[in-house]
Design a protein around this ligand. Structure first.
Ligand SMILES: Cc1cc2nc3c(=O)[nH]c(=O)nc-3n(C[C@H](O)[C@H](O)[C@H](O)COP(=O)(O)OP(=O)(O)OC[C@H]3O[C@@H](n4cnc5c(N)ncnc54)[C@H](O)[C@@H]3O)c2cc1C
Length: 498
């Protein structure tokens, strides 16, 4: 598997079945799963390649449990036979965490069929769902109950609640509601030896020891299999508006953010920064799109506000903000959504950036975060340096400015002057440049996409020996034989590029 890192707490200590399971063993797994097991290459293929088609693995089978008992049975079988388990939800992860390595020794455990909505409690404002429920379905169920599940990302039609929690997903409303961790009150988890931890509590307050829920959230399938979650809902806003705003620089955008936070308070739901290069790619590759602001500014903001009062009040608040921002020269132009369709069209421009970049050719992506105040300086310095050293590369910079999270991406030259292998050969050195600059600002090299195999070695490089030792002791305590998603998240700094 390209990019796979060696397993450091690997299955070598597994013992009894180091030679691999026999046909009789596989038959016992099939029986334990009540037949919900795929072993034909053609059936397994879609599960064994990641969303970006960057990592392809092999597996002894793909388990598709329909119940928690079947998940437990599969994990117990793996523990008995020393077989690694790779959990997978919607397989939309961007760091290669959801596919096995090329050894062919692992069982792929797809949670997608575990998809019951267990309970909606409007009084407690909670929703309890199986791990395989898609984010979109969970949003719809909340909506039917007159409430809001405020987690939103472009992959919501396919990604699952289990995957969202295993990666601690972010998305577009973190500024107002927090990330997946902030929206989870309780978890149910199958442990490495197949036991069930019932932590499905819906408590807002619970100080009774270490928070196991917080350990499992963001653990990318390396500590346990999430089978269900209690999610925190919010009242549905009565009005939602979006504005596209022309800003001259990221520094001006930051000033506008401060003004918006001061004037709008909790009405401010999203604050997204988009460079004109991103818009160019969207206009080039996504049919039916057009530039919303003329003349085209170098940077554009997508500002969303939501309000529990009526639409006029929301509109007045947004227009007052934009009026003052224009006066202070933080922005030069703005357009406010005049209908639901226009609101969707504004967001569609933002949400199509990744696909448009993929249509442009190979991509080099950096999902980074830093203190919000450091973002303009980072963009300015890094942008100038990369333009000087790699003048033909397209800098595709966008992100959640309100969270200090940038997608600092690069595309090959638009004129086709660099072929894919030559472009991708630059990746290690570009990663080092970008990530060293992030580390210098006490930032993170993976803000919302997790480490998977993509960033595990680099993360080891940027974390201190003390932090690495603490993390490893957690892994060894909860998965002593290293059977849960081996090779993900943990690697040694020596494996890091260049
Ligand atoms: C177009 C697009 C836009 C995206 N936008 C965003 C964004 O704005 N913000 C963001 O944060 N992410 C984004 N992502 C990344 C991705 O959608 C999220 O990481 C999502 O949370 C993954 O969910 P999934 O169900 O697809 O998980 P998968 O991809 O299947 O798995 C991801 C990781 O979680 C583990 N895992 C999955 N299910 C379980 C489980 N039940 N128990 C234990 N471990 C499990 C896997 O082993 C793997 O390590 C985007 C992806 C795409 C394709």
């Amino acid at each position: 598997m390209a990019g796979a890192e060696p397993t450091t707490t690997g299955p070598s200590a597994a013992g009894p079945s180091a030679a691999g399971p026999t046909a009789a063993d596989i038959a016992s797994l099939r029986a334990a799963l009540n037949g919900h097991l795929l072993v034909e290459a053609g059936d397994m293929a879609p599960f064994l390649v990641d969303y970006r088609r960057r990592w392809t693995g092999r597996a002894i089978g793909v388990a598709e449990p329909r119940s928690v008992a079947e998940v437990q049975a599969a994990v117990r079988w793996c523990a008995l036979h020393g077989v690694p388990v790779v959990p997978q939800g919607g397989n939309t992860g961007l760091s290669g965490g959801s596919v096995p390595d090329a050894s062919g020794r692992a069982l792929l455990l797809s949670l997608r069929r575990l998809d019951r909505v267990r309970n909606v409690d409007p009084s407690s404002q909670t929703l309890t769902v199986d791990a395989g429920v898609t984010l979109q379905r969970a949003q719809e169920v909340a909506e039917e109950a007159g409430l809001l599940l405020p987690l939103s990302l472009a992959a919501e039609g396919s990604c699952t609640i289990g995957g969202n929690l295993a990666t601690n997903a972010g998305g577009t409303q973190v500024l107002r509601f927090g990330n997946a961790r902030d929206l989870c009150l309780g978890l149910e988890v199958v442990t490495a030896d197949g036991e069930l931890w019932d932590g499905l509590r819906s408590l807002r307050k619970d100080n009774t020891g270490y928070d196991l829920r917080d350990l499992y959230i963001g653990s990318e399938g390396t500590l346990g299999i999430i089978t269900a979650a209690v999610l925190k809902l919010s009242p549905r806003p009565r009005a939602k508006l979006a504005a596209l705003v022309a800003v001259p620089t990221p520094a001006a955008a930051l000033s506008l953010l401060g003004l918006a936070q001061a004037q709008l308070g909790s009405m401010l739901t999203a604050f997204e920064l988009v460079s004109d290069t991103c818009l160019t790619l969207v206009l080039r590759h996504v049919p039916g799109t057009r530039a919303p602001l003329e003349p085209r500014p170098p940077w554009m903001l997508l500002v969303e506000i939501s309000s529990s009062s009526d639409e006029e009040a929301a509109q007045a608040a947004l227009e007052a903000l934009l009026g003052e921002a224009l006066e202070r020269e933080y922005c030069s132009d703005a357009v406010v959504s005049g209908s639901g369709a226009q609101f969707e069209a504004f967001w569609s421009l933002r949400e199509h950036i990744s696909d448009a970049q993929a249509s442009e050719g190979a991509t080099i992506k950096h999902d980074i975060s830093m203190p919000v105040s450091a973002v303009p300086g980072f963009i300015e310095t890094m942008g100038t340096e990369l333009a000087r050293d790699y003048p033909s590369l397209q800098q595709v910079v966008f992100g959640h400015l309100g969270d200090g999270n940038l997608h600092y991406n690069l595309s090959p030259p638009a004129d086709g002057s660099l072929d894919k292998p030559a472009f991708l050969a630059l990746e290690p050195v570009l990663n080092r440049r970008v990530h060293d600059a992030v580390a210098a600002r006490r930032g993170s090299i993976s803000a919302e996409h997790g480490l998977g195999v993509l960033r595990s070695a680099e993360a080891a490089r940027y974390k201190s020996p003390v932090e690495r030792a603490l993390l490893r002791s957690v892994k060894e305590a909860l998965d002593p034989r290293g059977l849960l998603n081996p090779g993900k998240m943990f690697a040694s700094p020596e494996d890091s590029n260049p």
